[in-house]
Structure formats: structure tokens, C-alpha cells
Design a protein around this ligand. Structure first.
Ligand SMILES: Cc1cc2nc3c(=O)[nH]c(=O)nc-3n(C[C@H](O)[C@H](O)[C@H](O)COP(=O)(O)O)c2cc1C
Length: 372
């Protein structure tokens, strides 16, 4: 029997299953495949330049006539740094060259050759990647393109809410704590994603199972999606039992044919066990769940802390680019959540969706057994 929730009606979808916004990985092909299969496809547009985002939105519209979302990060989210202790007046930007020299040594030790970066498009040069101005320019595209749904992956979309709503755009926000839930609820978002510590990427210090019901209570009636470590129908059913009305799923869809990550990264997901991930600031400067690698180990054992966002990306960039060119799963296996031990192969997204739906329905139907 099909499972419906308020989420289905609100977003005009068949199943309460969302592709998580995964920067770069959740591209138009993957988002459209999930939307076409009855879920909600979400573009991971956090690192897209404004014109690339516009292209992605238009491409998605060509691939599906169903609703989809755009996920970005918001300015306040880049204000917090890490644990780095700076001398009075010292700017993390000044430390970048020294850190890049450390990265170069790491590359030499691991047999990686420096690859000339593609020159960044001038529109990024003009505003800087992951700056307040960069995110603001992205939001102008989200508004101009009148996307069906906007999701704030980090931060509060309140400042844009009126303009989004005027376009009929539904608004979502991803949270990792009750205090964030209270903030985004008062901004009047349509749905909230409770993303726990199990999740791939930047996540919460609170585990998914403990976080979902506490966010549901704090959301005071705003529908909640559970996220983090959900890779099969049992996980979705559990999230529903905890009071969520749907699931926001990342890693399970990374292991899809459509996902825009490297083949060696898909293989790393298939190869990993439940113990295969760590929380590390080594890539973006913010704590993120990543598949353990020589690069995460390097920072774990280093006497230096990674630089805060956005500076650490300038340190990690060359390492990751050359690791990808050499298909080095041991250096850049990528972000992923703790559920990856359950992922055994790379499949088309439609097949993954069908299995999630069937598994969710079966688990909920089978739960009657507890009353017999
Ligand atoms: C490769 C990857 C990239 C991610 N990038 C983003 C992002 O750009 N914006 C965002 O809101 N969340 C991002 N996340 C977090 C996801 O939206 C989602 O919360 C998470 O994948 C859920 O946990 P799961 O991977 O265990 O399903 C990312 C996660 C992964 C695995």
C-alpha cells in the first residue's frame, strides 16, 4: 500500500523520499531521475557558479516535468571557523601558502603530481568561492529561475523567504540542533530536514535517531524529514516512526550511475564498511563526514589544525584534483554517511528509488507483527 504523508501533498510528489542536496554530486541527471521516479530530486548546487546553477536548473527542467529543488549554503554558515588559534590580528588567508607547502609535501610522499588547476571562471574570481557575495549571487538565480523548491543546506533562509514565496517556491532548511529548528521555524519554512551525525558531509554532533524526534517536537507542526545514515527502506520507516514525514537521502544515491562523482569514489562506497568514515575538517575546513583516507589521517595526526572554511579548500584543492586524476580512492574517496556499509553495488537511481519505496512499505506493513 503506498505510503503518503503531508510531504507528498505539499511538494506534489508520490513518495516521501528526497535526494539530498549533495554539492556537485547531485547533478541534473540524478535529480531528474529521482523526481521522475516519484521522489523529489534536489540539485547540489552549493559550489555552482551562478551561471552554472542556471544551466543546471534549465537542464533539470528538460529532463523532468516533475518538481525538483535547488540546495545551496547560506552566508552565516561560513562565518564559523574551526579550532584554529590565530595570533591577535592574524588572518587565516596569510597561513594558506604555508599550508599549501605542507600539502605539496603530502603529495610528494604519496606519489601525486601537481596538476595545473583549470582556471576558475571569472564570475567566481570576481566574488570569491563560498563568500557571502557568492551565496547572494546564487540566491538571485534561484529567485529569477522560480525554482519549485529551495533548500538551505546550512544557515537560515529567512532573508530570502518573502521573495521565494512570491514566486511560489517552497522553502526547506537543513538543521542539526533544536536551536536551529526554532530559528528556521520562525522564518516559516515549509519543511525541515533533521540531519544527524550519521550523515555524509557537514553534519550535526547529535546522532540521527536522537535528533529526529527532538527536531519534530521543536518544529511545532512543520513537517520534518529525517537524514543521516538512511540507505534503505528500514531507515525510512524508522525515521517515520520517530515522527518524521519523509527522508532526505544522500549516500545511497551517490552509488548510482547518474551521480556526478568519480568511479573510484563510487567504488570506495561499495568497498567501505560501517566503520569506514570519519569526521574531518581536512577538505572544507568545517567538520564533515568523509570516507577515511590518507588525507584525513594526515590531518588527524598533524600538529596543525586545518584552516577554517573557506581557506582549507585552497589547501586541499590540489591534492584532491591530482588524486582524482590518478583515481586514488586512498586519497580522495569522498564524503559519505555511516550507512555505506549497506551499499553493495552501483545501480541506476530509479532502481535505488524503487527499492527504497518497496523496503519502506514492507517494513511498515511487517511492523504489524509486533501486535500478533
Ligand atoms: C558527497 C556529499 C555532498 C554533500 N553536500 C552537501 C551540500 O552541498 N549541501 C547540503 O545541504 N548537504 C550536503 N551534504 C549532506 C546531504 O545533504 C545529506 O544531509 C546527507 O547526505 C544525508 O546523510 P546520508 O549521506 O547518510 O544519507 C552532502 C553529503 C554528501 C555525502
Amino acid at each position: 500500500m503506498p505510503i503518503k504523508s503531508r510531504i507528498c501533498e505539499l511538494f506534489g510528489i508520490e513518495h516521501p523520499i528526497f535526494l539530498a542536496g549533495m554539492g556537485g554530486a547531485a547533478n541534473p541527471k540524478l535529480a531528474a531521475a529521482v523526481s521522475n521516479a516519484g521522489g523529489l530530486g534536489v540539485l547540489g548546487a552549493a559550489a555552482c557558479t551562478p551561471s552554472q546553477m542556471r544551466r543546471w536548473i534549465r537542464e533539470t527542467r528538460e529532463l523532468t516535468d516533475k518538481p525538483f529543488a535547488v540546495d545551496t549554503l547560506l552566508p552565516m554558515s561560513v562565518r564559523g571557523g574551526g579550532n584554529l588559534k590565530l595570533e591577535d590580528g592574524e588572518n587565516p588567508a596569510d597561513l594558506v601558502p604555508g599550508y599549501q607547502a605542507m600539502a605539496k609535501e603530502f603529495m610528494n610522499e604519496h606519489g601525486l603530481k601537481m596538476i595545473e588547476h583549470d582556471r576558475r571562471p571569472t564570475e567566481i574570481e570576481s566574488v570569491g568561492l563560498f563568500t557571502k557575495e557568492f551565496f547572494e549571487e546564487q540566491m538571485e538565480v534561484v529567485i529569477e529561475e522560480k525554482v519549485p523548491v529551495y533548500a538551505a543546506g546550512l544557515g537560515n533562509p529567512a532573508a530570502w523567504a518573502d521573495r521565494l514565496r512570491a514566486n511560489g517556491t517552497k522553502i526547506m532548511a537543513v538543521v542539526g540542533a533544536v536551536r536551529h529548528t526554532v530559528k528556521v521555524s520562525s522564518a516559516g519554512v515549509d519543511a525541515i530536514v533533521a540531519q544527524g551525525h550519521d550523515a555524509g558531509g557537514h553534519n550535526s554532533p547529535v546522532g540521527t535517531m536522537a535528533l529526529i524526534p527532538q527536531v519534530v517536537d521543536a518544529a511545532k507542526g512543520t513537517p520534518v524529514l529525517g537524514a543521516g545514515g538512511i540507505v534503505d527502506g528500514r531507515g525510512i520507516a524508522a525515521a517515520l516512526m520517530l515522527g518524521a514525514e519523509g527522508a532526505w537521502i544522500g549516500s545511497a544515491f551517490l552509488a548510482s550511475e547518474e551521480a556526478n562523482i568519480h568511479a573510484h569514489q563510487k567504488q570506495a562506497i561499495v568497498d567501505a564498511t560501517e566503520e569506514g568514515t570519519v569526521i574531518s575538517r581536512s577538505i572544507t575546513g568545517k567538520p564533515a563526514r568523509i570516507i577515511r583516507s590518507a588525507w584525513t589521517d594526515f590531518w588527524e595526526h598533524s600538529e596543525h589544525d586545518p584552516l577554517p572554511m573557506p581557506f582549507q579548500s585552497a589547501v586541499a584543492g590540489s591534492v584532491l584534483v591530482s588524486a582524482d586524476a590518478d583515481q586514488r580512492q586512498d586519497i580522495n574517496p569522498g564524503f559519505a554517511g555511516q550507512g555505506i556499509g549497506m551499499i553493495k553495488s552501483v545501480r541506476p537511481a530509479a532502481e535505488i528509488m524503487a527499492e527504497l519505496v518497496e523496503g519502506m512499505e514492507k517494513t511498515l506493513t511487517d511492523s504489524k507483527k509486533w501486535f500478533s
